[in-house]
Design a protein around this ligand. Structure first.
Ligand code: GLY
Length: 426
């Protein structure tokens, strides 16, 4: 099979790496990819949001299976465009991806189907949104969310009413996220630890595909601004086998059944961003894809053949499938450019990759090749993944190898996995 992975981040490098391990696969191409995916097969220089060109390239390359990684091409209808050209494509259709791409649609969907989620209201006009904030709903403990996709920065957790007013103003009046923020959800801020749970779905059946914990803030101790994710580890004590099964039963399976009944069958990776409260897990949001950096932590632990699993999902034959996992744990540490998550400078040489130990994985994100050297191109540059019999060993392996890599201004968190290793409740 010739497989195309659509996207250019470390999640897509991890997906391409997993695909390349399958004995069914002869060739992996990535569109547009990065310097890391180029070591697995060709990069195809297309913009994943330019759907006619993407679909044309897949046909031209003779692709047997396309796997779409990121949220925005899924929301734009990349799977629909590829399928219309006869290219089997794994991921939700545009309509099914609305479970992520419209927070209003998704929250109403969860409410309608009894899936535990925080109480909320939604607004199309800033004036009633400000009045609602002034009414101090839920004791003024609020999260303001952009309805649409906002590069992972669209959920603003507010410590004060003033902060909630500012969030409404920024999203709805100043338009900091453009059309994505003209409509907002205002929801109750719940308290508790978060985890990410993944399911592989075929439109009817959902199979659990691991859990991980992300580290969204830029700095150690969960300080500083939100990022796309600075590191993850898997598994986590928060999501034991029993909890995983309970969450599948209470949230994922009802969602898949309801999506099918609504004429939007969900095929792809369904990602539940969970918050564990004293009264049980709530879905903060659903995402229509694998997480980044969660994919980099989870996929190296998967022993089953990813391409076989995806084939079963596309044929609606997942029922009864049991996934095989490698024993042990993973720790994924993201290395980012100076200035991230704000403006960054591209073109900084990355050195030391050749000194990384052979049993450590380095998934590239914002990298390119120039004059025989690897250079930075973006905010998150690499994810270094250590594996081990337990998280402590995996973490040590990851950080030992992070220290072998260098680029000017490189920033990373030094506490990935610490809460799992030190806290009674991670
Ligand atoms: N790590 C969070 C996300 O992928 O949205």
């Amino acid at each position: 099979m010739k497989v195309m992975v659509v996207g250019g981040g470390a999640r897509e490098h991890a997906l391409a790496w997993s695909a390349a391990r399958s004995p069914r696969v002869t060739t992996v191409v990535t569109a547009p990819g990065n310097a890391g995916t180029a070591t697995l097969g060709a990069n195809v220089a297309v913009d994943p949001l330019d759907l006619p060109t993407l679909a044309g390239a897949a046909v031209g390359e003779g692709i047997d299976l396309a796997i779409v990684g990121p949220d925005d091409p899924l929301a734009a209808g990349a799977v629909d465009a590829l399928s219309e050209k006869g290219v089997p494509a794994f991921g939700p259709t545009r309509l099914a991806a609305q479970i992520e791409s419209s927070k209003v649609w998704s929250k109403e969907f969860m409410q309608r189907h009894g899936i535990p989620t925080a109480p909320f209201r939604h607004f199309d006009d800033p004036r009633p949104a400000h009045r609602f904030v002034d009414s101090r709903p839920w004791d003024g403990r609020l999260v303001v969310k952009a309805d649409g996709l906002a590069r992972g920065k669209g959920a603003i957790v507010c410590d004060t009413l003033d902060a909630a007013h500012e969030a409404v103003e920024a999203l709805m009046e100043q338009g900091v996220f453009g059309a994505a923020g003209r409509r907002v959800v205002i929801e109750q801020r719940l308290e508790g630890p978060e985890a990410s749970l993944f399911a592989l779905c075929d439109g009817e059946t959902a199979v659990a595909m691991g859990a991980a914990r992300d580290h969204k803030r830029i700095a150690d101790g969960d300080r500083g601004p939100n990022t796309g994710g600075m590191g993850a580890y898997s598994p986590t004590r928060l999501v034991t086998g029993t909890v995983m099964e309970a969450v599948m039963e209470r949230t994922i399976r009802p969602a898949i059944a309801a999506m099918g009944a609504a004429g939007r069958p969900f095929t792809g990776f369904l990602f539940a961003n969970l918050l564990f409260t004293a009264s049980g897990p709530y879905v903060l949001e659903f995402n229509a894809r694998f997480g980044d950096p969660e994919a980099q932590a989870i996929l190296p632990l998967l022993e089953s053949d990813l391409i076989e699993l995806i084939g079963l999902a596309l044929d609606r034959r997942l029922a009864g499938t049991a996934l095989r996992w490698r024993a042990g744990a993973s720790c994924a540490v993201c290395l980012a450019s100076a200035g991230y998550p704000e403006a960054v400078r591209d073109g900084v040489p990355v050195t030391g990759l050749e000194h990384v130990e052979p049993d450590v994985l380095v998934f590239h994100a914002g990298t390119a090749r120039q004059n025989g050297a690897t250079i930075t191109r973006g905010g998150r540059i690499l994810t270094v993944v250590g594996l081990g019999p337990g998280l402590a060993e995996a973490r040590r392996k990851a950080y030992d190898n992070v220290e072998r890599i260098h680029f000017h201004g490189m920033q990373y968190r030094r506490d990935i996995g610490d809460r799992e290793l030190t806290a009674a409740t991670p």
